[in-house]
Write a protein that binds this ligand. Sequence first.
Ligand SMILES: [Zn+2]
Length: 129
Amino acid sequence: MLKKGNKFYSILTGTCPRCHEEGMYLDKNPYHLGKIYKMQERCSTCDLKYKIEPSFFYGAMYVSYGLGIAFAVAAFVIAKLIIGTTLINTFVAIIGTLILFMPIIMRISRNIWINLFIKYNPNFAKQNT
Ligand SMILES: [Zn+2]
């Protein structure tokens, strides 16, 4: 699953959605919160402009809602149904999970969002926007 050419590769590693050759972010680590949204302007390999249009990445917010809910459901299932904690502790576990994974959720949503619009293309040969 995690090979170049697969969308999951770009989504999970934050690499350029077109050539999968290099990272889109200035700092790979999403927990360096000051730089969480700092991206390269263009891919230096295939010259893709990441911000396809102004405020392109606002759309990633919708993806992050969905991802946030998925993480919350997972935390609920693990805490309440598997471990069997009380309702209040389940609630704490859900909030804690969301806070803990928020930087990853933010990054992954951006990666999913841009991958909805850009297809992998190994023969990128400077076809540009
Ligand atoms: Zn590229």
